[in-house]
Design a binder for this molecule. Structure first.
Ligand code: GLN
Length: 540
């Protein structure tokens, strides 16, 4: 059991997860069994109640746990599902300690941060690390934060518990470049190293975030002052795509340095396939413009999982995907839709919560359906498409969702009976992976079976979910009779998972979040076929 801790200190936004994920990529490509853990200082149970402005989208693991996006970043680098055990918040640690106290686990002891809380951190790390050769552990911590000492202390103690060669510390730091004096500055790194050392942790590797290539003189200086071998001062400079980082690390021997520290040996990791995909991503000859509706407009990356899934699919057809951000605020009435949608090859709308802009969304659904615009609609948008169809084709005039109007006359989208008392409590969410039976006559089955058959288990697939409302079974008959294939209902709950219209360029909506399981090596079939249709403007 080998542990690699990834720390930071000076500022956030250094791409700590990119460092951890890229190392993971290299080590697993060298055939080691590797996992990762994120240690989060928050007292939130999970990411459900964290600020979307700081954490963006919420990610869900297969085993129903809501985490911040770091776990998604890891998964898309490695294509391996993580579980709730890979996300440890301070809440999880304290909850367990306090529960153990009530059952007399620590009888006649004063319960303290050291040893009890720190021991619990170690125990929860072991729960994962026991099953792997190497576990990479990211600690969320910057200067003056006072929420992390139990994590840092656990990281320190583990070196003594597991012996020196089994524990390694990689410290992620920013190198500053002053444009006005044309010089690199590294004093902040020396402070950071000294501060970490004062807590008993001596970094074995420095990963330097930098805008420009690092001169040897800076590496030598850092090596001298931080007592780290110059070869372990790693340059992590700005690159066009984050997917280039594993190659950048490999060139500098990051995997070799780590394996040497752990006393392990392997022939060099083969990431040729990965690098080829990155190359196609960066050098795709043609462009495709996909419209995406944005909710958190000020945040460039708020739907990163969806924009990345589109880029992954673009690689298959050598297309560079350009995202046109459509602001729902701009859509005042239907005739502005035409101007706004002008020049887009396809429309993707990510999931969201709340009734804001709902009437606009319904109008957009009608526009895309009647103007043959290829669209792939996710989660809430399946619900909007159903409302649109119910109103405009089935003439159920007052069709709506209870999310917007609890007492609506025709709740085509509704909560299920077992949710009603507790609506809006977190446990009423449908979270995590659910198995779905696909009708083999359907388009959706064809999409999965021709691109990504490895996702099919006979005629079932698993997709991740994160939503509360469902297509109301009371309306299945009417909906089915008219149009959509509502044939794929969740295997146990018998709920609508996909809808499609066949006489349309591409009209597929899903209640799930397929974007969470897309990667450059394994683009998701729905996104691939959507891009296929968008480039031809037709999927036939
Ligand atoms: N608000 C909708 C629901 O809870 C959809 C959620 C989503 O798009 N993730 O059902």
């Amino acid at each position: 059991m080998k542990l690699l801790f990834v720390t930071w200190w000076v500022i956030s936004w250094l791409g700590k997860w990119i460092t951890a994920a890229s190392i993971w990529k290299l080590l697993s490509a060298a055939w080691f069994k590797v996992s990762t853990i994120k240690l989060d200082p928050y007292l939130n149970i999970d990411a459900w109640t964290m600020s979307p402005y700081e954490h963006w989208e919420v990610f869900v693991t297969e085993d129903w746990w809501e985490t911040d996006l770091d776990l998604w970043h890891y998964e898309r680098f490695i294509n391996t599902p993580l579980s709730k055990d890979n996300s440890i918040t301070t809440w999880k640690i304290y909850k367990t300690v306090l529960e153990k106290e009530r059952i007399g686990h620590y009888l006649w002891k004063n319960i303290q941060v050291i040893p009890h809380v720190v021991d619990e951190v170690k125990e929860q790390i072991f729960t994962v690390a026991r099953k792997y050769d190497i576990t990479i552990i990211e600690i969320w911590w910057t200067i003056w934060d006072i929420e992390w000492p139990h994590f840092i202390e656990a990281a320190r103690q583990l070196k003594a518990t597991l012996w020196k060669e089994n524990v390694m510390y990689a410290h992620v730091v920013p190198v500053l470049y002053l444009n006005y004096s044309w010089e690199f500055k590294s004093k902040q790194i020396q402070h950071s190293y000294a501060n970490l050392a004062s807590m008993g942790i001596h970094a074995d590797m420095l990963v330097c975030r930098t805008e420009h290539p690092l001169p040897e003189s800076i590496k030598e200086k850092l090596s001298l002052f931080c007592d780290i071998d110059a070869s372990a001062i790693i340059e992590n400079r700005n690159v066009e795509s984050i997917y280039q980082i594993p190659a950048l690390f490999q060139e500098q021997g990051v995997d070799r340095i780590i394996l040497e520290h752990f006393g392990l040996w392997a022939s060099s990791a083969d990431i040729t396939l990965w690098n080829q995909k990155v190359d196609s991503l960066l050098h795709a000859p043609d462009k495709l413009t996909i419209g995406m509706v944005w909710k958190y407009a000020e945040q460039q990356d708020s739907y990163m999982s969806v924009t990345e899934a589109l880029k992954h699919a673009g690689i298959v057809f050598h297309k560079k995907i350009t995202i046109k951000r459509l602001q729902a605020d701009d859509f005042t009435h239907a005739d502005t839709l035409q101007t706004i949608m002008d020049g887009i090859d396809g429309l993707v709308i990510p999931g969201w919560f709340g009734s804001r802009w709902m009437e606009w969304k319904i109008a957009a659904a009608q526009y895309a359906r009647t103007h043959n615009i290829p669209f792939l609609w996710l989660c809430l948008w399946l619900q909007m498409a159903v409302i649109e169809y119910a109103r405009n084709v089935l003439k159920i005039q007052h069709a709506h969702t209870v999310e917007a109007d609890q007492n609506c006359q025709d709740p085509v989208i509704s909560y299920m009976p077992w949710q009603s008392d507790e609506l809006l409590k977190w446990w009423t969410m449908r979270l995590g992976a659910y198995t779905t039976h696909l009708d083999t006559d359907s388009r959706v089955y064809t999409l999965y079976s021709t691109y990504g058959p490895e996702r099919l288990n006979k005629n079932t697939i698993q997709e991740r979910h994160r939503h509360r409302f469902e297509v109301n079974p009371a309306y299945y008959d009417r909906l089915e009779q008219w149009w959509l294939h509502l044939c794929w209902k969740d295997a146990t709950l018998w709920l609508v998972e996909f809808i499609e219209i066949t006489n349309h360029a591409f009209y597929v909506a899903t209640q799930a979040h397929p974007e969470f399981t897309s990667s450059i090596e394994h683009p998701h079939p729905l996104f691939v076929w959507f891009i296929h249709a968008a480039q031809k403007k037709n999927w036939a």
